[in-house]
Write a protein that binds this ligand. Sequence first.
Ligand SMILES: Cc1ncc(COP(=O)(O)O)c(C=O)c1O
Length: 444
Amino acid sequence: MNAEALLERELERFEREHPRSRELAQEAKGPLLSGVPMPWMIRWPGGFPVFAAEAQGARLTDVDGHEYVDFCVGDTAAMTGHSPEPTVRALREQAAKGITLMLPSEDALWVGRELTRRFGLARWQFALTATDANRFAIRLARELTGRPKILVFNWCYHGSVDETVVTLRDDSVVAREGNLGPPVPLDETTRVVEWNDAEALQRELAHGDVACVLAEPALTNIGIVLPEPAYHDTLRAATRDTGTLLIIDETHTICAGPGGYTAAYGLEPDLLTIGKPIAGGVPAAAYGFSARVAERLEALLPVDERADVGGIGGTVAANVLSLAATRATLAEVLTDEAFKRMIALGERFERGVSDVIERHGLPWHVTRLGCRVEYLFRAERPSTGSEAAAGGNALLDRLIHLYALNRGILLTPFHNMALMSPATTEEDVDLHTEVFDEAAGELA
Ligand SMILES: Cc1ncc(COP(=O)(O)O)c(C=O)c1O
């Protein structure tokens, strides 16, 4: 059957089998803008979002009583599995003893030490979201270097950070399609180069006006685009040679291991940011500094105004509830042992998908980074964000997501991403392989 006809059939099935979600979606158009609490929720396939009833571990149940194996896990924010027991326990205990105090608790020290053990950076600060961690890291990099711009990679995503919602069009830096209300033309704040393009990186940094490069160590938000073998050496050398700070954003690449890509591949960033799963899905984020950067910041910051209205912070940032949840999650959920299991499941998922692609002779491929697996509807592995974007296929994306959803599997809506949590099982992975095989069989 062709993809359009299959999509039509799957849409009918979705409508038929989700009457309560449809009813709620209709009602939600009253109190909620566009009928959803956040705009990206309209991007689930099927015409209206599935309304969640509850979730536990790697399973989610909707209001129509369907149970799903969840490989989306809150687009990494619930990579711990939903409501892991140690995190819930810590939340319950801490919530009864104070939620936000404007004073440090001992958990902050424990978490700081643990982040140093994992990622190697000397000192840490806390925020509530990875977006904020990135915003604060960028501000500090500007302050330290006295330079106005940042550099990011084409098709990157680092949250809703003004300077980063940007793209290259005919070699010019412009606001990315969909960017709402950019404050200034983006070429005033940002330089953009393609991932893995060493020459462009060196050329753009040579201007001497870039405070920091903000990079995921592998692109993960336009499919997975891995670095070519020497690219991180080039990136580190080029930033050091030009006095540019290097910020590594590990928010998604924590999938590579307990210390993210940085520890797994021996990177030496000046600053590192992370958010999403570190507190099991409770809002929490961290940003860390090398000893050298920390020393320079500590000379700068102890001034009342800078500590208060410096453009960094948030009244409820570093609250004791988030830090208790972070401690429990790092100590008992996202452990070294859990990562071993999760990565082995990632390998099983990758093998399953790769076998199906080969058996049906489809011009697709699959890529894995630790426990994160992603398939793309093009034969060759991309080496830049633009190549990955060109391999996108909106029709197939929608079809595969809906096909999987109708058969009890949730994939991340914005890409064909599956993430293994500590609660995911081999049976869960094999169910996906079966469903993917069935879809591929119908399409081939
Ligand atoms: C690499 C990366 N950094 C930062 C963010 C922002 O995270 P949040 O939306 O939780 O602020 C995201 C979100 O997808 C991300 O993928």
